[in-house]
Write a protein that binds this ligand. Structure first.
Ligand code: 13P
Ligand code: SF4
Length: 359
């Protein structure tokens, strides 16, 4: 029962003390979040993983790419545990290292050697990977003068990249790439989309020549389902409603919203609002429902409560949390996430650049 599980988790956590730290992403269900020692967005959790050097184990209640990142940023003897190994991310799976390397090789045919600098000292392309990607892609970015971004610091990261390169290859999330670049004034014609199925992404060399941001074809299956019609409906029913969506939403949705921002941005916006505010939020339902419960002085609802749970985030059930904690007490490390050293070394370069790029 839920009560038994609660008792087991509480007992195991108490017995482990500082040996284990539990990190929880904002999208985790309440039954898990209540045991997190630290709750945050992707950027904050990466920092948290780096700043708990005394914990023997970091229990990451989130998805696989976050646990990989925690492993790469934590100390060499620390163990990162993902309570359910099936907690992946469909967006991260949309870019694999072989496809990214094939794309890079084709871009090299168009732009010439990737390490050649122009009169301004800029290389042809800087690779930027969204945090929501495999460790191998982060390693690729570290090896090729690139960087990782999260949804909270994507703009700062793109500015960093444009200082060093004529253009950016942004993967895997087309929407975050497009929305961020558009907000920075990059015209849509200068954002061709890459498709690994077609040579040169199906783009003619001329459009690639003027490209500033080459987008990958990935998307978040949760956020892509929000629509402008939902925003119109919210505005009709709640005049004065403040609509905030995550930048993983498609561009028309971000354009129709009042604001777009990472999960932490959404949390802070609600915290700072005067009592009696009304919010329509376009992001994962567990976070929206929790905010609605935590801030009863506001009216907070999800643009569509039916379609938007993240099924993989939801795979972290408290039963798995109890299991990995109890195993640790027995001296067993279950579901450890380990990134090979040859990937970690370059990926850490790209991750450290990301951590230096403030939200
Ligand atoms: P943030 O935590 O950066 O807002 O990202 C949301 C997300 O989709 C994580 O998978
Ligand atoms: Fe991946 Fe989307 Fe779930 Fe985030 S919300 S973990 S991007 S599927």
């Amino acid at each position: 029962s839920a009560e038994e599980l609660d008792a087991r988790i509480i007992a195991a956590k108490a017995a482990l003390g500082d040996r284990a730290v539990v990190l929880g992403h904002f999208y985790q269900r309440d039954e898990v979040i209540k045991y997190a020692d630290f709750v945050g967005d992707s950027f904050q959790l990466a920092n948290a993983a780096k700043s708990k050097p005394d914990a023997e184990a970091i229990i990451f209640c989130g998805v696989h790419f976050m646990a990989e990142t925690a492993d790469m940023l934590s100390g060499p003897d620390q163990k990162v545990i993902l309570p359910n190994l099936a907690a992946g991310c469909s967006m991260a799976d949309m870019a694999d290292i072989a496809s990214v390397e094939a794309c890079w090789a084709q871009l090299e045919e168009v732009y010439g050697p990737m390490d050649a600098v122009d009169a301004e000292g800029k290389v042809p392309v800087i690779p930027v990977t969204y945090m929501n990607s495999s460790a191998a892609l982060k390693g690729f970015c570290g090896e090729h003068g690139g960087i990782v971004c999260t949804s909270s610091n994507a703009k700062t990261v793109l500015e960093w990249a444009f200082q060093r390169g004529q253009r950016v290859l942004f993967f895997p999330d087309q929407h975050l790439g497009r929305n961020t670049a558009k907000a920075m004034g990059v015209p849509l014609e200068q954002m061709p989309m890459w498709s690994p199925r077609k040579p040169l992404g199906g783009n003619d060399p001329e459009s690639l020549e003027q490209a500033r941001v080459i987008l990958w074809h990935g998307f978040c299956s949760v956020h892509k389902r929000f629509s402008v019609a939902q925003i119109d409906k919210a505005r009709a029913e709640f005049p004065g409603v403040r609509v905030i969506v995550h930048p993983e939403c498609p561009m028309p949705v971000v354009d129709a919203a009042d604001e777009a921002g990472s999960t932490d941005y959404i949390v802070k916006a609600i915290q700072a609002a005067p009592a009696g505010s009304t919010f329509a939020i376009g992001t994962e339902i567990n976070l929206v429902n929790r905010l609605a419960a935590e801030y009863p002085e506001h009216t907070i609802f999800c643009l569509d409560p039916v379609i938007c749970p993240c099924s993989t985030m939801y795979r972290i059930h408290p039963g798995y949390l109890a299991w990995v904690l109890e195993a640790l007490l027995e001296g067993e490390v279950q579901n450890q996430i380990t990134v090979p050293e040859q990937v970690t070394v370059p990926a850490r370069i790209a991750l450290e650049r990301m951590l230096a790029a403030k939200p």
